[in-house]
Write a protein that binds this ligand. Structure first.
Ligand code: RRO
Length: 351
């Protein structure tokens, strides 16, 4: 199945010694031949070629198997499973999910099988889906991220890692590295030294200004930034005088955050040279296109999986129609095409 992957990982076996960064090894002429005659939905995210711009968002897709009853997980342009930590984690106290108007609050607390079990039991199945495979990693320390990334570097079929530096529900690590530019840059740089595949840095919106964090990830050597993770929030059952989540606070996702996420994507896409993978409340192809016009090269589908697990199939069909109706050679032509007559009228984020 690896051969069917549209990613560049199939070039890795022919490399000798320690190869250079992936985005440095594909000559321009080869780019053209790879892309010629392929689907107009194909997009390039740094060194990766995705057959379409729709990516499963970490934490909403299990490790693929959970989705198999609904669709072939291989239909996505890339798949990202739940964050993996070095040691297994049981997660936060129940309840872990609370519905809010147009949104969902979660406090899962990073429940996952741990790195070793992920590699032996879950990863082989994910590779068989035959699409680009991105492993989302979270650590308590820089060394933990580096250790996991270095071990994944020698495992065939792992096209990319997504560094979760934005977990809203972890007492240590995670978001600690994503709220301060120097910490972000140092972490990404250390991982960059030990992992040759693509690196996405997944950013938190829970900062005063996300742009310096994205620039720091770029400076550290990230190939793309994914944004946004969930917004910190809470839900209260006032009659019981209790929070609705066992973790008290949680991360808000879903359509409620879409306008906030769109702004973050737009600001970061204007400031960074590396591609932006956008997410936040995407339920339809129109939502996808809004993110692309704002500057996202690809998007992640997350909370939609809980209400309409097959949503991506409708989105793909609709996107193909839009490409034809708009007479686009490629969906990429629409990326970053927002027209504005002036800078935003606000004291913050006018670029
Ligand atoms: O597991 C979680 O509670 C969680 C994670 Br790691 C994350 O990155 N984002 C989120 O909303 N929840």
């Amino acid at each position: 199945m690896e051969e069917a992957s549209p990613s560049v990982s199939r070039f890795r076996p022919i490399l000798r010694g320690k190869p250079p960064r992936l985005n440095a090894i594909i000559p321009a002429a080869m780019d053209v031949s790879i892309e010629k005659g392929t689907s107009p939905l194909q997009v390039r995210v740094g060194p990766l070629l995705l057959k379409n711009p729709l990516v499963s968002a970490s934490g909403t897709f299990g490790y693929g198997e959970e989705m198999e009853g609904f669709l072939d997980p291989g239909v996505y342009g890339a798949i990202i499973g739940k964050s993996i930590s070095l040691e297994p984690r049981k997660g936060n106290p129940l309840p872990r999910i609370a519905e809010t108007p147009s949104g969902m609050l979660n406090s899962i607390g990073l429940q996952n099988p741990g790195f070793d079990r992920f590699v032996s039991e879950y990863l082989p199945r994910m590779r068989r889906y035959g699409t680009v495979l991105v492993v989302n990693l979270v650590g308590d320390t820089i060394d933990e991220y580096v250790d996991m990334a270095a071990r994944l570097d020698s495992i065939p079929g792992v096209d990319a890692i997504e560094l979760n530096i934005s977990c809203p529900n972890c007492p240590t690590g995670g978001m600690e590295f994503g709220i301060e530019p120097r910490a972000t840059e140092a972490l990404v740089r250390k991982v960059r030294d030990r992992f040759r595949g693509a690196i996405f840095a997944k950013l938190t919106p829970n900062v005063t200004d996300i742009v310096p964090i994205a620039l720091a990830a770029e400076a550290g050597g990230a190939d793309a930034v994914s944004l946004v993770n969930t917004y910190l929030g809470m839900s209260i059952d006032w009659r019981r005088r209790r929070p609705r989540l066992g973790g008290i606070t949680g991360g808000l996702s879903g359509p409620a955050i879409k306008p906030l996420a769109l702004r973050a994507v737009w600001l970061v896409a204007r400031a960074c040279r590396i591609p932006v993978v956008g997410m936040g409340g995407i339920l339809s192809s129109d939502d996808v296109l809004e993110f692309l016009v704002a500057g996202a090269t690809a998007v992640q589908i997350g909370t939609a999986h809980f209400v309409k697990p097959r949503a991506v199939l409708d989105m793909l069909r609709d996107l193909e129609r839009v490409v034809a109706d708009e007479r686009l050679g490629s969906i990429s032509e629409i990326v970053g095409t927002l027209r504005t007559e002036r800078k935003p009228i606000t004291v913050q984020g006018d670029g």
